[in-house]
Design a binder for this molecule. Structure first.
Ligand code: C5P
Length: 235
């Protein structure tokens, strides 16, 4: 199912648009993160939506509930399909995001985006967690934050492929389990610490895979994307 691959466009706008044009008609989901959004703003999302893509706006909101509700309400009006918040902001903050999305979508007359709660960044290992005061292994902190996500009314979580099976078991069949940290066999992990192949991530229960540089930095991004689609097809 090619629709489960979300391509992270962490590039400047001309590069992102060139990639989008090449992937048009093949991919459904594109992810706009801070790099692109802070450079170009909401018009980025509008351009990609006009081209027919579904957009995951990955701004990882993390602030007091009032601010997050306001941000989520504005984001919902853009017509994106998925939005992210940090579960570590607490269930009240996650709930504020969910309510803000519902309010903004209703006002704009668009479908309400799905809300994803980021558990532990896939770039963080046990040492990085310890540095910020969490003595537990990443898998335990992910579990703790998944409970926060659920209590806050999120539609799913973002976690590494290593935790996808536990997330699926905890959150049930309908939850979104979105995994970055995906690397086809033999490719460079870069700054990602907790990684798995596309096939392993889907087999573990991921509903969607977020993949950036293995596609966007490839000599032939379309071929790289098609290879990943082939790897997970039939799973
Ligand atoms: O290039 P790469 O495949 O590493 O890109 C992964 C993408 O997933 C980036 O856009 C990053 O912001 C995002 N992400 C992540 N870890 C999370 C949540 C999102 O790497 N926990």
């Amino acid at each position: 199912m090619p629709h489960r691959i979300i391509i992270a466009l962490d590039t400047d706008m001309p590069t992102a648009l060139a990639l989008a044009e090449r992937l048009h008609g093949r991919a459904r989901w594109l992810k706009v993160g801070m790099t692109l959004f802070y450079a170009e703003g909401p018009s980025t999302v509008a351009r990609l939506r006009e081209m027919g893509f579904d957009v995951f706006l990955d701004l990882k909101l993390h602030d007091i509930p009032h601010q997050v509700a306001g941000a989520a309400s504005e984001i919902a009006r853009l017509g994106v399909g998925m939005v992210s918040v940090h579960a570590s902001g607490g269930s009240a903050m996650v709930r504020a995001a969910a309510e803000g999305l519902a309010e903004g979508a209703a006002k704009a007359g668009v479908a309400c985006p799905k809300l994803l709660a980021v558990t532990v960044l896939t770039s963080m290992d046990a040492a990085a967690l310890a540095e910020v005061g969490v003595p537990d292994p990443p898998a335990e902190q992910v579990l703790r934050l998944a409970h926060v996500a659920r209590h806050g009314g999120a539609d799913g979580v973002v976690c590494s492929p290593e935790e996808a099976a536990r997330m699926r078991a905890l959150l049930g069949a309908d939850a979104l389990v979105v995994t970055p940290g995906v690397r086809p066999a033999g490719s460079d992990a870069g700054d990602q610490a907790r990684v798995a192949t596309p096939r392993a991530a889907v087999a573990a229960g991921a509903s969607h895979l977020v993949i950036g540089r293995p596609i966007t930095a490839a000599d032939n991004p379309v071929a790289a994307y098609e290879r990943i689609v082939a790897e997970v097809s039939g799973l």
